[in-house]
Design a protein around this ligand. Structure first.
Ligand code: ADP
Ligand code: MG
Length: 700
């Protein structure tokens, strides 16, 4: 064992070809050990399997040639140009360099055998300018060629690395040295049984094939293995967290079968959809169980998540507990307060709102009431957990979020309470692959049908030169007593500029286009009171057109609003557009969404907009959006909790993800038994990569 680990633990700087300076530079990018270096995978590959005879070269070919140097040196009269003529017996080829003369003259000497790769050109005969080259012992010695023969790896490298010689060439060399030293000594984190069932190569072979592939097939298998490995390690971490929560006992207990709840449902102006009823059943089962609930409620915009949340809250409250409802922004928290207060008017529950922006005296008073159990439902923002709020008997936390928390952040959050039940609701649909990754530790409930009676929203894309027609259409709708939104994008980098754009537009629209109508401007810089007043006026029909930045994206619910006009639609993410569109179509009348694009917008933008115009299914749109923008962009937050995969692609590798998840959960629940060595090497690697996720978890 000693011997086995000895080489792996050799400090990087002592690896042949590294040294202290390069070791320091590698360290800056997180490469601290030899195994780290071996896991520094190529960014892409060059196909240099194409070794040709010089006589068969054609101008414009990219090819690799082996040959012996006949002459070399500077071209007479052009001192700075270095030229070597090589031959392979079938013909001659000139190699030309315009720099590096002093260096090259010591290396590319007469009789040296070279392998060169480059594009074939012509200048008084065939040549290659600045070819990639490698010195061989003799023609036929192609065994150990790293740079010029076969499928050749290219690595990412930054400017400092380049200066220190850590370009692809330098990296190939040291990675090859590391490989020779100890690739066969690495522990394989993938259990033998899984590897054989899925036909994945073992770690040493996979490393060899990923860095210096012998064939396309070898490379493909290796990438597949590493993609699986990444997904499997993450899912194992997630499974461990899931398992730990499953084993916990909560302090609280729900008994009363729900009289308030019955009354609440009875008083609703509608009947719950079958999807809502089913999901509510899943939530109640969790609440009644001895382990705390950890559930994700996934549903499209307008699918009716709020009423499900409120019913769960009511169930907790009538059992004598407190419930907290956390929203991502203050505006949303305020809107939830008004919706929930309205829904619970008859239930006689006590609700309060706790926000970070409230005055200290007010917050103090609220905190006292919460602690004394004088309120039942606490609605708020992060203030609910980040400030020193003590609860009386908190048994349920509902988070209405816009992809704000990843697994790690949530684990931290849960660590704060006394094992409260947790219900997370996403504001927009997210694809299953992302749900399994970012929300993988939660059980999933999906509301997959919409409340009945919704008319599909007619959606159109218009160029900005058709804007006047859009305005005419708007007037026509307004004259029928309807209301409208006109939304302008707010882009982070230039919030001020964009805000000015919205303000200018608002003034132009009020004075020139819609002088006979009542307009209001809504944006994030307004005080909560002002926003509240505008929202109320709009809801009460005192405003015809609400000109807004994206602050209206979530929350506002106005049945008479039937037209949504989105300016510069190409600047919004698809999910965001879908969410904006979801603001209309909430009443009985036909609704419209008109997306106006700048005339300079690209084909991709047009494709995206066409996609959203063609369907109303939020899950489909989300899939499409994810594929277009990639997961990081899709989630739109730095703190999204997405691991930094090098090989796996959660969109492309969805099947692999499902398989990895199943194995991980089966191993953690001991359905699959591993040897103790396999278990410990798996556990070590999971802890190494995902320790952050476990920081705030009770040991288990
Ligand atoms: P979201 O899932 O986007 O949060 P909401 O909870 O805001 O959706 O619900 C959207 C609208 O649908 C609300 O006006 C709500 O009152 C209404 N609604 C919810 N459930 C039903 C139902 N079963 N039947 C009819 N309307 C419903
Ligand atoms: Mg909602």
């Amino acid at each position: 064992m000693q011997d086995k680990n000895g080489n792996l633990e050799t400090p990087l700087q002592f690896l042949k070809g590294v040294g202290p300076k390069k070791a320091e530079l590698l360290k800056k990018e997180g490469i601290n050990t030899i195994p780290d270096l071996l896991y520094y995978f190529p960014r892409k590959y060059l196909d240099r399997t194409n070794v040709k005879k010089i006589s068969s070269l054609k101008i414009g070919d990219r090819a690799t040639v082996l040959g012996k140097v006949l002459t070399s040196g500077s071209i007479p009269g052009r001192k700075k140009v270095f030229e070597a003529i090589i031959t392979d017996g079938s013909g001659n080829l000139a190699l030309v360099w315009f720099q590096g003369h002093n260096y090259l003259k010591n290396i590319i000497k007469k009789n040296v055998v070279l392998s060169v790769t480059g594009e074939v050109g012509e200048f008084r005969g065939l040549n290659m300018v600045h070819p990639e080259y490698e010195i061989l012992q003799e023609i036929g010695d192609t065994e150990n060629l790293l740079h010029t023969v076969g499928i050749v790896p290219l690595y990412s490298s930054n400017a400092a690395w380049m200066r220190a010689g850590l370009n692809s060439r330098g990296l190939r060399r040291i990675i090859n040295n590391a490989m020779g030293l100890c690739a066969d000594k690495l522990d394989d984190v993938l259990p033998e049984m899984i590897r054989s069932e899925l036909d994945l190569p073992p770690i040493d072979r996979a490393l060899k094939q990923v860095h210096f592939p012998e064939s396309e097939k070898g490379l493909k298998d290796a990438r597949n293995r590493f993609a699986f490995e990444e997904l499997f390690l993450l899912q194992t971490a997630i499974a461990i967290i899931h398992h730990r929560y499953q084993k916990q006992k909560k302090e609280h207990e729900y008994k009363i079968p729900g009289l308030l709840l019955k009354e609440f449902k009875h008083n609703l102006p509608f009947k719950l959809t079958s999807a809502q009823a089913r999901v509510l059943g899943e939530i109640f089962d969790d609440m009644k169980s001895t382990a705390p609930m950890n559930r994700l409620l996934l549903g499209d915009v307008g699918s009716g998540k709020t009423v499900v949340a409120v019913a769960s809250i009511l169930y907790a409250v009538e059992n004598g507990y407190q419930a907290a409802f956390m929203a991502p922004t203050e505006l949303l928290a305020e809107q939830h307060l008004s919706t929930i207060s309205r829904m619970l008017e008859k239930a006689g529950v006590r609700i309060c709102l706790l926000l970070g922006s409230q005055k200290p005296a007010q917050k103090n008073r609220l905190r006292k009431m919460i602690k004394a159990g004088e309120v039942d439902i606490i609605i708020g923002t992060h203030a609910l957990i980040s400030e020193n709020v003590e609860y009386h008997k908190l048994s349920l936390v509902v988070i209405d979020e816009q992809h704000r928390f990843g697994v790690a952040q949530r684990a931290r959050l849960r660590g704060k309470g006394d094992n409260p039940d947790l219900l997370v609701m996403t504001a927009t649909p997210i694809p299953r692959s992302l749900a399994l990754t970012v929300y993988g530790d939660l059980d999933l409930s999906v509301i997959d049908t919409m409340p009945p009676g919704r008319k599909p929203i007619k959606t159109a894309v218009r160029q900005d030169n058709a804007r006047n027609k859009v305005y005419d259409f708007l007037k026509n709708e307004l004259d029928k007593g309807r209301q409208a939104y006109i939304v302008y994008p707010l882009i982070e980098e230039s919030e001020k500029v964009q805000l000015k754009a919205a303000t200018d537009e608002y003034e132009r629209l009020s004075a020139e286009i819609f002088p006979d109508y009542r307009l209001a401007l809504m944006h994030g810089r307004l005080s909560p009171e002002e926003r509240d007043r505008i929202t109320r006026d709009f809801r009460a029909g005192k405003i015809d057109i609400l000109v807004a930045t994206t602050v209206i994206e979530v929350g506002v619910d106005v049945p008479d609003a039937t037209v949504m006009v989105i300016e510069n639609a190409e600047r919004f993410g698809l999910s965001q557009l879908h969410q904006l569109r979801g603001r209309v179509g909430r009443g009985a009348d036909q609704s419209y969404c008109i997306m106006i694009t700048g005339s300079k917008s690209t084909d991709i933008a047009a494709e995206r907009l066409a996609a959203i115009a063609s369907t109303q299914d939020g899950f489909k749109i989300a899939e499409f959006d994810l594929r277009l923008r990639g997961p990081g962009e899709f989630l739109g937050e730095k703190q999204h909790g997405l691991p930094d995969f090098r090989m796996a692609d959660i969109i492309r590798d969805l099947d692999l993800l499902n398989v990895a998840r199943k194995y991980a959960f089966d191993i953690v629940s001991k359905k699959i038994k591993l040897s103790s060595e396999e278990l410990s090497s798996l556990k070590n690697e999971v802890m190494k990569r995902y320790s952050g996720m476990f920081d705030n978890l009770a040991a288990g």
